[in-house]
Design a protein. Structure first.
Length: 372
């Protein structure tokens, strides 16, 4: 297997720790170990006493129990904890799909949702979001995309990079289509919990469909990317068995300190999620005003969930715009060329407290920049 380079990650490898101001990060405001431990009395003692031997291969029992509390129909036995969401994606693609299969993938999207399977010899059809409709998906498109070799639908909800959140009707229609045709539904839900209005939250796919695989992670909803904890939740014994066998050839088990800290985080999900949603809501008010001031430059579809949005440039190429901005201000945006989606958009992140200050640099730069 020789997948194509992960463009987004190669870009971050080059710039994430050299650019002074990050304005495209998908993970929200993080915290220190000290701040996380402060959520529980005597939690630091538990960390000091954590045994540094191998951990249980599917994840610590206490951690899986806390994660299972996020779902209605899943208990701890239906969860496998991984070293980040990326490992879980890689495992599913390598165990449940094979050369000659076909998958339908939500686009624009996260590259590992399609590049991993393409490297396996699986063909991919994009289920394209409608930008004019606020990046909406139309389940009626699925019938035309279906092939005899179709084995799975890959959905990202809430969506990276657009912040789109399907309506309940669209979600239910997608599940119904997958059930009708016996397809796997791999539902990337790493932003679930970061709906800007909690009333919009959808059910987890694993709770409503027996062949669904829900992907979760602490990096987005909880803002704890450094713990490197992701998981899948599913009702399918077949998926759990196959992914477990394959995991033996990768990480085997996870970091014991990370799992201990992750258990605390999962136990305090409400507190951590509300903290991040509060930051997002405030930042969006600032961002709305910025987009209104620069409406001649940008087309903005306000996201309904998550920490990122996808902005169209009206008059120039995203790759050159982002490169010029980085050179002049050390502010990092993510051009759509790195998401295999043309050269007219960029991803912007609004999950961190310093976003308004960083946006001020962009504002000033746009005001003094020569017209394009």
């Amino acid at each position: 297997m020789n997948p194509t380079p992960f463009k987004l990650e190669r870009y971050f490898a080059q710039h994430e720790f050299t650019a002074r101001h990050l304005l495209c990060s998908s993970d929200p405001e993080s915290m220190s170990v000290r701040d996380l431990l402060a959520l529980e009395p005597q939690a630091s003692d538990g960390l000091f006493d954590t045994w540094l031997g191998y951990t249980e291969y599917p994840g610590a029992s206490d951690l899986r129990t806390e994660l299972a509390a996020m779902y209605e129909c899943i208990d701890a036995s239906g969860i496998i904890v991984h070293t980040g969401a990326q490992e879980a994606i890689f495992l599913f693609m390598n165990t449940m799909l094979e050369a000659g299969d076909h998958v339908i993938v939500h686009m624009p999207g996260y590259q590992s949702h399609y590049s991993v399977v393409e490297a396996l010899g699986v063909s991919v059809s994009p289920w394209r979001a409608n930008e004019a409709g606020g990046w909406a998906l139309d389940p009626a498109d699925l019938e035309a995309l279906l092939k005899p070799q179709t084995r799975a639908i890959v959905l990202c909800s809430p969506h990276n990079p657009t912040g789109y959140l399907p309506s309940r009707e669209v979600f239910d229609a997608t599940v119904s289509f997958a059930r009708k045709h016996g397809l796997w539904l791999f539902s990337d839900e790493v932003y679930r919990g970061l709906e800007h209005d909690c009333a919009d939250r959808l059910p987890a796919a694993c709770d409503v469909y027996e062949r669904a695989i829900t992907l979760g992670a602490l990096s987005k909803t909880h803002g704890l990317a450094g713990l490197r904890i992701g998981w899948i939740a599913t009702q399918s014994a077949q998926v759990l068995q196959r992914m477990s066998i394959f995991k033996d050839y990768l990480t085997i088990s996870n970091s014991a300190p990370s799992e201990y800290l992750a258990t605390i985080a999962a136990r305090h999900s409400g507190t951590l999620i509300e903290r991040n949603v509060s930051i997002v809501r405030e930042n969006l008010r600032v961002l709305d005003k910025f987009m209104a001031r620069h409406a001649m430059n940008f087309e903005w579809h306000r996201p309904r969930a998550g920490t990122i949005g996808f902005v169209r440039l009206r008059q120039e190429r995203a790759s050159s715009f982002c490169a010029e901005l980085l050179q002049d201000t050390s502010v990092l945006l993510l051009p759509s060329t790195l998401l295999d989606y043309g050269d007219a958009h960029f991803r912007i992140g609004f999950g961190r407290r310093n976003m308004p200050a960083v946006l001020d640099y962009v504002d000033a730069w746009l005001e003094t920049r020569a017209p394009r």
